[in-house]
Design a protein around this ligand. Structure first.
Ligand SMILES: [Zn+2]
Length: 318
């Protein structure tokens, strides 16, 4: 009886062990498979010389100025030639050359004028720093230099009805700071005239100053005062049978509203270039302020039209 009991006990223990082993085996089957070594993604090594550099963000650079110290000129080659005359400057004065580079850089960026159309007359004009020089005296000085150097006068004007066109411009650039009081920032003798003067005051040294004076030579009037525009347009109508090419400043196209300053001074900066939202002003307004200036689409198209019709410089678009 006792031996039979022991037998059953042994059987029970064996059954228990087999059951436990089965449970263990089924448990191990449910575990996720072990990740083999080949499945491990090894991060790529850093390139030689250490980790890669962060991306380089370029700093805003100053606009490249054109090199103006070796401009070339051959008579009769260009259909439009702009002569620059140093006034109260040595011809190679770095300050003079720097101003010229600013003027030409602005004009080239904003219009279809090219570097090859500019030339510095290698002789200085001295007006003695006591009075404002007449732009026609600067023109005579340039013509005299041209005749002595090339045996030729500057090209004669052509007439289109009563409107003249010239193949040359002569612009005097003065070092004299006192010019501001007597001459203002600069002037051009007549609308459509080839002779201009730029003084030595702060406003004259702004890059847009030359483009403003050249604008007059293409038939554009001042835009900083409604009365100045109206008086100039009326005078042009009498003399040349045409109005100002650019439209009158008003409350919609300018910051001037309908202000009239009776030609004493500039009322305001002038017309927008090209809309109020652009936050920039046209160069035919009062130059020299700290605002942004451009040659507006209107002025640019009018200049291009003059060049194509009367100087046969066509096909250059802005
Ligand atoms: Zn002007």
């Amino acid at each position: 009886m006792r031996g039979q009991l022991s037998f059953y006990l042994i059987i029970a223990v064996i059954v228990l062990l087999v059951t436990m082993l089965g449970s263990y085996l089924s448990f191990t089957k449910m575990r996720p498979p072990t990740i083999s070594q080949t499945e491990i993604v090894i991060p790529p090594e850093s390139p030689p010389g250490g980790p890669p550099s962060p991306p380089v963000i370029p700093l805003p650079q100053e606009k490249q100025k054109p090199i103006v110290s070796n401009l070339k000129y051959v008579p009769g080659v260009n259909r439009l030639q702009v002569f620059l005359v140093p006034i109260n400057y040595e011809v190679n004065d770095p300050e003079f050359l720097d101003r010229v580079a600013d003027y030409i850089g602005f004009a080239m960026e904003e219009s279809n004028l090219t570097l090859g159309q500019f030339y510095i007359i290698p002789e200085a004009f001295d007006h003695g720093r006591s009075a404002c020089p007449d732009a026609n005296l600067i023109l005579s000085f340039a013509d005299d230099w041209h005749q002595r150097t090339y045996g030729l006068a500057l090209p004669a004007r052509e007439m289109h009805g009563k409107v003249p066109s010239h193949r040359h411009r002569v612009v005097g650039i003065d070092s004299w700071q006192g010019a501001l009081a007597s001459c203002g920032c600069g002037y051009t003798n007549d609308i459509y005239g080839p002779a201009s003067y730029i003084g030595g005051g702060k406003c004259s040294r702004k890059p847009e100053a030359l483009s403003h004076e050249l604008g007059h030579s293409f038939g554009l009037c001042d835009e900083y005062d409604t009365c100045t525009w109206e008086q100039t347009s009326a005078a042009l109508q009498r003399l040349r049978n045409v109005p100002c090419m650019n439209v009158r400043p008003d409350e919609n196209n300018s910051i001037c509203g309908n202000n009239c300053c009776s030609n004493v001074t500039a009322c305001c900066i002038g017309k927008y270039a090209d809309t109020k939202e652009d936050n920039a002003y046209n160069v035919m307004g009062a130059v020299g302020s700290t605002v942004t200036y451009h040659i507006s689409n209107e002025s640019g198209i009018l200049m291009a039209r003059y060049m194509c019709r009367w100087l046969q410089i066509c096909g250059v678009t802005r």
